[in-house]
Design a binder for this molecule. Structure first.
Ligand SMILES: [Zn+2]
Length: 265
């Protein structure tokens, strides 16, 4: 079965009509066979979720490549991941028996598409990439009207993981260690605390919120940066502050328990 590529130009999301920008933000790649009705539902879901993500973080200075695979599962998207080799790709493994509303209510697409707002930063910095996507998935869902409070959701995710961070290793060392042990929720939501604090410091210093800094970042720097140091420098620059570099230093150097206490997390 040859692949075919559908370019989604316009879409009517059920949480409101959304008109797309002139450049289509993504191309779809059907890797398995899907019925016409399944294709329509999945196209509408991905058009909604990519537009919701770009409303918060974008537009992105590239076209996204979204791949769809069929997979049995007890949730709409049992697995998804990003690839960055030749283009900016997200691969979605989907269980098409779920309704469009169930797909739209699922956090996975917002998380994966949020990843593309930053360049690939290497395995060593997975805590940063996953912390970012985990933090942003709920910001995006709040702005799209799908949840009431991102802050509440993020706190609820971190609370059961907090105990892993009450020691002398730094936040970075702890999150990286948890990820290497495949304790993903613990690593992700610890990493997300970097962005919780960055958001708070931006507000305290009278700066625009984090998602607007990320929007500025897309325009100046997204296609130039290739490592975490550069991303941090660019975020300091777009926010006209030292928030990100100073916070990274604390995340690297303070004992995690002390960091949590300092910011009352
Ligand atoms: Zn992720």
């Amino acid at each position: 079965m040859p692949k075919f590529i559908a370019v989604v130009l316009v879409l009517l999301g059920s949480a409101g009509n959304i008109s797309m920008a002139a450049t289509p933000p993504h191309q779809l790649h059907w890797q398995h066979e899907f019925s016409a009705a399944e294709q329509l539902k999945l196209e509408q879901w991905l058009a909604f979720s990519s537009q919701a993500t770009l409303n918060t973080l974008g537009p992105y200075p590239f076209e996204m490549q979204l791949y769809l695979y069929r997979r049995a599962g007890k949730e709409p998207v049992p697995w998804a991941n990003t690839w960055r080799e030749h283009s900016q790709q997200v691969h979605f493994y989907v269980a098409p028996q779920f309704s469009k509303q169930q797909f739209i209510a699922d956090w996975t697409a917002y998380h994966e598409i949020a990843h593309l707002a930053l360049p690939y930063l290497g395995r060593k910095n997975a805590w940063f990439a996953e912390g970012f996507a985990s933090y942003m998935q709920y910001r995006i869902m709040q702005q799209a009207g799908l949840i009431d409070s991102a802050t509440k959701e993020i706190n609820a995710k971190f609370t059961p993981q907090r105990k892993h961070y009450l020691h002398q290793l730094s936040m970075v060392e702890t999150a990286a260690q948890l990820l290497s042990q495949r304790r993903f929720a613990a690593g992700y939501w610890g990493g997300a605390q970097f962005f919780v604090v960055a958001e708070r410091l931006l507000l305290q210093q009278g700066k625009a919120p984090l998602n607007l800094q990320i929007q500025r970042y897309q325009q100046c720097c997204r296609l130039q940066d290739t490592n975490l140091q550069q991303v941090i420098q660019s975020l300091d620059s777009v926010s006209d502050s030292k928030i990100f570099s100073q916070l990274l230093q604390q995340f690297n150097q303070l004992p995690a328990a002390q960091f949590l206490q300092l910011y009352q997390l």
